[in-house]
Design a protein around this ligand. Structure first.
Ligand SMILES: Cc1cc2nc3c(=O)[nH]c(=O)nc-3n(C[C@H](O)[C@H](O)[C@H](O)COP(=O)(O)O)c2cc1C
Length: 195
């Protein structure tokens, strides 16, 4: 069986169940000081000529962009409470073409669009700022392009799972079902892990 197809099917089911985590992941990286970092991101599914691809979007000014794109490796964790499933994915990354990023950026709500321009014109994402009032004032005072287009710092990465671990908590005997899948050529090999 294809664990990636299973993952997509489980997410689709979670969306049907209105699971608040259905479209989310926690992305872990190692920062420039060698410290582990983790944060919640939207894990998107993009329809491409080579099928459905997993994708994340962020801003290049954020430290995580360097962490994710420099190493080309990222670890994602997805928990779907509606179905009691956990997936852990070890992924390589590939930059999403600029045109696709810019098209997708247009679908963002107004406030995140404005913030993306703030990161570009004023201060990088994750930089310390004196106060929230100052942030709001500077955001409101931004001169945005008309028509509103994505700044060059808007970025996206396709994430390509190379290793998938699925933990299924739905066992009547209470012993969880934990399996590891590793890519081998066109397919996957499956191993059972002690849960
Ligand atoms: C539900 C949720 C979804 C989020 N989605 C994204 C996202 O898709 N892209 C993003 O850059 N940050 C997203 N964030 C914010 C990140 O978790 C994080 O706070 C921000 O990107 C700064 O992280 P950094 O300092 O590691 O760069 C999201 C946060 C939450 C709570």
């Amino acid at each position: 069986m294809d664990p990636l197809a299973r993952f997509l099917a489980d997410r689709a089911q979670a969306r049907t169940a209105e699971d608040p985590c259905a479209n989310l992941c926690v992305a872990a990286t190692v920062d420039a000081d060698g410290e582990p970092q983790a944060r919640t991101l939207v894990l998107r599914e993009l329809d491409t000529t080579s099928g459905t691809r997993l994708a994340i979007f962020c801003n290049e000014t954020s430290p995580k962009w360097r962490e994710m794109s420099n190493s080309s490796r990222i670890a994602l964790s997805v928990f779907l409470p509606s179905s009691n499933l956990q997936y852990r994915l070890q992924c390589t990354t590939v930059p999403i073409p600029v045109e696709t990023v810019h098209e997708s950026w247009q679908l963002r709500p107004d406030a995140p669009k404005r913030l993306d321009w703030f990161y570009t014109l004023t201060m990088p994402q994750s930089a310390p700022i004196e106060s929230r009032d100052l942030l709001l004032m500077k955001c409101a005072g931004l001169e945005l392009p008309d028509p509103l287009i994505a700044p060059e710092t808007a970025r996206g990465l396709y994430v390509i799972p190379e290793v998938i671990e699925k933990l299924d908590l739905n066992q009547p005997d209470g012993i969880h079902d934990r399996r590891l899948y590793q890519r081998r050529g066109e397919g996957w090999i499956e191993k059972f892990l002690v849960p």
